[in-house]
Design a protein around this ligand. Structure first.
Ligand SMILES: Cc1cc2nc3c(=O)[nH]c(=O)nc-3n(C[C@H](O)[C@H](O)[C@H](O)COP(=O)(O)OP(=O)(O)OC[C@H]3O[C@@H](n4cnc5c(N)ncnc54)[C@H](O)[C@@H]3O)c2cc1C
Length: 502
């Protein structure tokens, strides 16, 4: 990280593209190093959408930007440290702008990590308790991001080799990214992290995994830092693209919103001390998300994404139904109602999180955790179900779907005749059903389902954390029930009482 935190403030799309060209992330695709992510067929769709979001923030500047407290320049509102509930709500309104443009289908729009890093910087005193430098680093890095409007990916978990044992007990102790060396200037990391979505970005936050257990064994795996994506030795290996240069007509979502996922290799990557936020401190690594507020601020962003996604599925399902005249069937209405309830549930969670927000120990207005926690545990079940509903509504219409070339080919008149629908010409019906297919059936659609199931963590372990985390509240309810049971028993066995009722 440069020592100075000056920058031009909120970026526009051209600046995003230019930086990706000048400082290309070290991305590998199909066995080859990608020279230019802005033109590569597997990546350019997502890259150009990303750039367009930065243009959009200027088009909606009154909602999405605010005045930097240090430079006075316009910067992205997702970097704001809110002091009031109104400021907090202004952040979710700003984040909704990008979510509306992407229909919630780019889970890792930069707002996500912007909120995380804002949380980490707000909670810098917590990081500083371990080493004053770490607190300073977090604040300086956050300001550097904000003033330069950089875009981040992040990575948390070790590779999926043997989940029955910890990182330290894998066949090779350097399978999972691990501290190899420490010098006066910084640390050297060797090994791998399982996943980073949006490698088409400027820098990477390597967060601590929250699963560290043994102070001795796990210490070499306990660190939090951030580095540019072109740092020597850092490599991203991409999965196969869900799109690979197909037209917007054929792949309406995939061709635009392919954010890409990659495995991250650290081949003796040097990380200067000024980029380190957490180091070898297992307890602090495990607590950092929650204590700093990063977790709540990130989840706030996630719920905004969920709302946009529900709105999209609601609109899409309604159009599908009316296009083929299926709205008369009661079970179809029930399914539309189910999506509506999901949408209103997410909106209610957001509203509750903002209405019950409190100033935290760092003086930042933190959204209330309970509704956010409920939302993050619920949505992994709601989204796959909504995709199932689209399949149930669309049925064979989701596969009877010619491509752009078919429509422009010699069978166009056949297509015009036989693909018509009750309320749409064939050439209007087909793009609608292609959209439904890309939501519910394509590689893009399946990856979205997998994303919603897992991106915030394993739902099984998240549920466990929920029960542990809310145990005292749960026990209050248990006490109420216990008192009623006891009262019932005492009444029945009270001397001289007669059993009543039957
Ligand atoms: C599309 C997508 C994008 C993602 N993007 C990112 C990203 O940008 N950055 C990032 O850091 N991560 C990302 N993730 C990773 C995400 O954090 C993990 O998927 C999640 O934490 C679950 O871990 P895992 O995939 O390694 O599953 P595993 O831990 O390997 O689990 C596999 C199965 O074993 C079970 N299991 C494993 N261990 C236990 C246990 N101890 N107790 C009970 N059951 C267990 C799980 O329930 C699951 O059914 C992404 C994931 C997906 C699918």
């Amino acid at each position: 990280m440069p020592n100075e935190t000056r920058g031009g403030g909120a970026r526009r799309g051209q600046e995003v593209l230019q930086r990706l060209r000048e400082r290309p992330p070290s991305i590998w695709y199909g066995g080859e190093a990608v020279q230019d992510v802005t033109t590569h067929p597997a990546l350019k769709g997502g890259v150009h959408t990303l750039a367009s979001l930065y243009d959009l923030q200027w088009e909606k500047a009154d909602i999405t930007l605010y005045d930097s407290p240090t430079s006075g320049k316009k910067v992205a509102r997702s970097f704001m440290m809110p002091k009031t509930r109104e400021e907090l709500a202004s952040i979710s309104r700003a984040m909704k702008v990008w979510e509306d443009r992407t229909f919630g289908m780019m889970g890792r729009v930069p707002d996500y990590i912007n909120r995380a890093m804002t949380g980490y910087a707000a909670g810098a005193p917590f990081l500083a308790e371990a080493d004053p430098r770490f607190g300073q680093n977090a604040v300086r890095y956050y300001e550097y991001l904000r003033e330069n409007d950089l875009c981040l990916t992040h990575t948390l978990i070790p590779p999926q080799a043997n989940r029955a044992v910890s990182a330290a007990k894998q066949a090779d102790p350097f399978l999972a990214a691990r501290i190899k060396e420490e010098t006066d200037a910084g640390i050297v990391i060797r090994g791998c992290r399982m996943l980073a979505t949006l490698p088409i970005s400027d820098e990477i936050m390597v967060f601590p995994s929250t699963l560290l257990k043994s102070p001795e064994e796990d210490a070499p795996y306990a660190f939090g830092f951030s580095i540019p994506n072109d740092t020597p030795g850092l490599r991203f290996i991409c999965r196969e693209s869900v799109d690979y240069g197909r037209s917007h007509f054929d792949h309406p979502l995939g061709s635009r919103f392919e954010e890409m996922d990659a495995v991250v290799i650290f081949d003796d990557v040097f990380v200067p001390w000024e980029n380190v936020f957490l180091y070898r401190d297992i307890k602090r690594c495990n607590e950092a998300y929650a204590r700093t507020g990063a977790l709540a601020h990130m989840t706030h962003q996630v719920v905004v994404k969920n709302i946009a996604k529900c709105e999209f599925v609601m609109g899409l399902s309604s159009l599908l139904v009316t296009t083929i005249g299926a709205e008369i069937f009661q079970h179809i209405q029930e399914k539309l109602a189910e999506i509506w309830v999901n949408l209103e549930t997410m909106k209610a969670f957001l509203r509750a999180a903002e209405a019950d927000a409190q100033l935290d120990e760092w003086g930042v207005m933190r959204p209330a955790w309970n509704p956010l926690d409920a939302a993050r545990n619920l949505f992994p079940r709601l989204y796959p179900r909504m995709v199932e509903i689209i399949q149930q509504i669309g049925a064979s219409g989701l596969v009877a779907m010619p491509t752009e070339r078919d429509l422009k080919g010699p069978l166009a008149e056949d297509i015009r005749k036989y693909y018509q629908a009750a309320r749409a010409e064939a050439f209007d019906r087909i793009p609608l059903f292609r959209l439904a297919w890309d939501t519910a059936l394509s590689a893009f659609g399946s990856r979205q389902v997998l994303y919603e199931r897992f991106f915030f963590g394993d739902p099984v372990r998240m549920a466990g954390a929920l029960v542990t985390g809310h145990n005292s509240q749960i026990q209050e309810y248990a006490e109420k029930v216990r008192a009623f049971v006891k009262q019932n028993r005492d009444e029945a066995f009270a001397a001289g009482s007669a059993t009543q009722g039957n």
